[in-house]
Design a protein around this ligand. Structure first.
Ligand code: APR
Length: 183
């Protein structure tokens, strides 16, 4: 397979969906977490509420996660088997390594998923809420990072990006179409 058609095939393993990530029926859902793993609002609050206290108890034991990294816990009452807590960067204008950190937390999440035998993984739009990352800039980075990781992780069959918000869904759809066109 030529490199270009290989990338096009990898793009087919990415899906975009509108909905609540806590309702995903996948092996692992990714949480948009913070360094202290102490919970918060947004996706984090929704996951902790829907999954129950076991998730936070495990997070407290782990204690910390660096920006650009990810850690894994069980998923409590959720349908998923695991929650991967990824810490994206706070947007500071783009000159503080945000791009690399955003890419890295996606790559690390997928590597962890693979280490735990996951075949299907759902991501939220990490950093685009409380952390203020402009979605138009975050979308191509998040998607390209997932595509890059999938080329190395053939056992991961499906990566879904799930959006609670229709406008955000549209932004990621356009970015994915551009990446597909350039593959
Ligand atoms: N399902 C899918 N997407 C959701 C959901 C949900 N249930 N709830 C919110 N979102 C979307 C938001 O619309 C936003 O675009 O997730 C995106 C990420 O927003 P945040 O959850 O605020 O994540 P982030 O910007 O990475 O900020 C992380 O927020 O909750 C705290 O503890 C967390 O301190 C950390 C910070």
């Amino acid at each position: 397979m030529q490199p270009d058609s290989a990338q096009a095939a990898v793009c087919e393993r990415i899906e975009l969906a509108l909905g609540d990530i806590t309702r995903e029926h996948v092996d692992a859902i990714v949480n948009a977490a913070n360094n202290s793993l102490r919970g918060g609002g947004g996706v984090d609050g929704a996951i902790q509420r829907a999954g129950g206290p076991e998730i936070m108890a495990e997070c407290r034991k782990i204690g910390h996660c660096a920006t650009g990294e990810a850690v894994i816990t069980g998923a409590g009452r959720l349908s998923a088997r695991f929650v991967i807590h990824a810490v994206g960067p706070v947007w500071q204008g783009g000159g503080a390594g945000e791009e690399l950190l955003l890419a890295s937390c996606h790559e690390r999440s997928l590597e962890l998923a693979r280490e735990h035998g996951c075949r299907t993984v759902s991501f939220p739009a990490i950093s685009t809420g409380a952390y203020g990352y402009p979605p138009q800039l975050a979308a191509p980075i998040a998607l390209a990072a997932a595509i890059e990781a999938l080329t190395r992780l053939p056992l991961i069959e499906k990566v879904r990006f799930v959006f609670i918000d229709e406008e955000l869904h549209g932004v990621y759809e356009k970015a994915l179409a551009r990446l597909k066109a350039s593959a």
